[in-house]
Design a protein around this ligand. Structure first.
Ligand code: CMC
Length: 393
């Protein structure tokens, strides 16, 4: 008994108060701590955005330098964690590895279990921002059978990640600064997005007082699905399956068919009923990366541009306000940089880690928050009596 609001998918339920991220879905506006995403993507850098999300304000030059030094100091993972990787099949999906290994950090940092200590909360946040790129690069190296590459603390955040991912011991490797800048921008565009499925998962897991590393592993699990972070991987698979511009109408027709489960991946959003502002920046970054790499005619990009054009004119998509989202162009950039599709969602997880941990921290510090415990509308059998096995059937 009881009176509850039935809200499947939480389409109209605010689960918390938050000062971190503001979205106006009708206008296509995204602000982090008040700053427009376009300005951050153009003028800031990822570590500065991390500081902003975590602390609420942009850092002073001294605070920025100290933060960068702190994150850099935490980039190594315990050598024993490398052994943990070896338990996975070599063809394991890197997101499966990420769920397992990030969750395993909770076994390495028992001190973080003391979530009531603000210092421990901050240390856990720094460790996560610093170590997730190392773990992501290790997941990639493990999948291609190459030795792990240790972090290099003389490099910037994105540069170091590219180095750990693509350097091999037998060959010199120099990170292309244009690509590092694009990578950094992709991280900024994915850093936070208020109460989406994975962030809500982190908050719900954390609301019981669980270890923060375990909570982030829960977020990674939620992000993996194709309706959420897995969409960037799904977009590239879809563009590959379409194969040629001539086949676009056929796929658009399928996406509109109620009896066909196919959807245009990278289109639509629960909150944005306008262009996803991140998609606009991503489109621009995509052109820059392809130009830098000397890729003139990318067949997948051609299909993507044409698909976007056709869908934006189609009555179905216009009426339902389905616009390209952040995942629509990111896959093309990541593929051009050299990442396999299975790594796309890992990169999303890497960047979103700061959003998850900032939201976790805000929740723990919010005196109003209690354990998350949704109710249900029970629709099962009414009370009945147990019958012994020999009386059944
Ligand atoms: N293609 C075709 N039809 C669509 C699509 C699409 N991509 N997205 C939504 N619709 C239709 C849907 O069939 C429904 O129609 P009707 O009202 O006639 O039943 C209507 O639009 C509303 O869709 P919904 O599923 O009720 O909306 P939602 O808010 O629950 O879902 C979404 C949002 C993002 C899961 C959905 O738009 C989708 O599946 N998009 C494709 C996957 C994708 O690109 N996900 C990435 C989201 S952005 C980044 C992230 O969160 O990680």
């Amino acid at each position: 008994t009881g009176c509850f609001t039935y809200d499947p998918g939480f389409t109209s339920t605010a689960s918390c108060e938050s000062k971190i991220t503001y979205i106006d879905g009708d206008e296509g506006i995204l602000l982090h701590r008040g700053y427009p995403i376009e300005q951050l993507a153009e003028q800031s850098d990822f570590l500065e955005v991390c500081y902003l999300l975590l602390n609420g304000e942009l850092p002073s030059p001294a605070e920025k330098a100290k933060f960068e030094q702190t994150i850099t100091r935490h980039t190594m993972v315990h050598e024993q964690l490398a052994n943990f990787f070896r338990g996975f099949r070599r063809d394991a999906h890197p997101m499966a590895i990420m769920c397992g290994v990030v969750g395993a950090l909770s076994a390495f940092y028992h001190d973080s279990t003391d979530i009531n200590d603000p210092h421990q909360r901050m240390v856990a946040s720094h460790r996560l921002i610093a170590k997730v790129p190392t773990i992501a690069a290790m997941a990639y190296k493990y999948s291609v059978g190459q030795p792990f590459v240790y972090p290099r603390n003389d490099l910037g955040y994105a540069e170091n990640f590219l180095h750990m991912t693509f350097a091999v011991p037998c060959e010199p490797y120099k990170v292309n600064p244009v690509i590092a800048k694009a990578m950094d921008r992709i991280f900024i565009l994915h850093a936070d997005h208020e109460q989406n499925a994975s962030t809500s998962t982190v908050r719900l897991a954390g609301s019981s007082g669980a270890n923060p590393f375990a909570c982030i592993a829960a977020g990674i699990a939620s992000l993996w699905g194709p309706a959420h972070g897995g969409a960037n991987e799904a977009v590239l698979k879809m563009l590959t399956e379409i194969g040629h511009k001539d086949r676009i109408p056929e796929f658009v027709k399928r996406a509109k068919d109620k009896n066909d489960s196919f959807r245009l991946m990278g289109f639509g959003h629960r909150v944005y009923k306008n262009f996803d502002p991140r998609a606009k920046v991503m489109r621009q970054t995509c052109s820059e990366v392809l130009a830098e790499l000397g890729i003139k005619d990318d067949p997948l990009l051609d299909i993507a541009v044409e698909l976007e054009r056709i869908a934006l004119q189609d009555e179905y998509f216009v009426e339902k306000k389905l616009y390209p989202n952040v995942d629509f162009y990111s896959g093309i950039i990541l593929k051009a940089i050299g990442f396999p599709t299975s790594m796309f969602t890992v990169l999303f997880a890497l960047a979103r880690t700061v959003g998850w941990i900032s939201q976790w921290k805000e929740m723990i510090e919010d005196p109003v928050q209690k354990i998350g415990r949704p109710r249900q509308l029970y629709t099962g059998a009414t009370r009945r009596d147990y019958r012994p096995l020999n009386e059944r059937g």
